[in-house]
Ligand binder design. Structure first.
Ligand SMILES: [Cu+2]
Length: 118
């Protein structure tokens, strides 16, 4: 589960993005277990949209803005502003796996995290 939030610290600072508190590279590295199916629940608490991309896997879109879905497989989902999105994927490709916003101006200032499994 993760959430994105835009954080402005003090006057003159560049905006940065957080996932459950910290920004990349201080985001928590999540250990996965091969063969396990995971559900990622995202709450976008910002006023920006985020095309979130999961590397090396496809996920199934479970719900989008409160509407249930099934049978839609992707590796990018657009998180709408102030909305909840759920996706599920099976850990079937071991190794380090990035999940991040595809907007460069969001990824560079922190919107990125890492899964890992052997
Ligand atoms: Cu973004």
């Amino acid at each position: 589960m993760h959430e994105s939030k835009k954080v402005s610290s003090r006057y003159g600072d560049f905006d940065h993005w957080t996932i459950h508190g910290p920004s990349w590279p201080k985001t928590k590295q999540i250990q996965l277990t091969e063969g396990t199916r995971y559900r990622l629940i995202s709450y976008n608490r910002s006023d920006d949209i985020h095309p979130v991309h999961l590397h090396r896997h496809s996920f199934e879109l479970i719900s989008l803005n409160g509407k249930s879905t099934a049978g839609i497989f992707k590796d990018v989902v657009l998180l709408q502003t102030r909305a909840k999105t759920e996706v599920a994927f099976t850990a079937n490709h071991p190794g380090k796996t990035l999940v991040h916003c595809h907007r460069q101006d969001h990824m560079d200032p922190g919107f990125m995290m890492l899964f890992d499994y052997a």
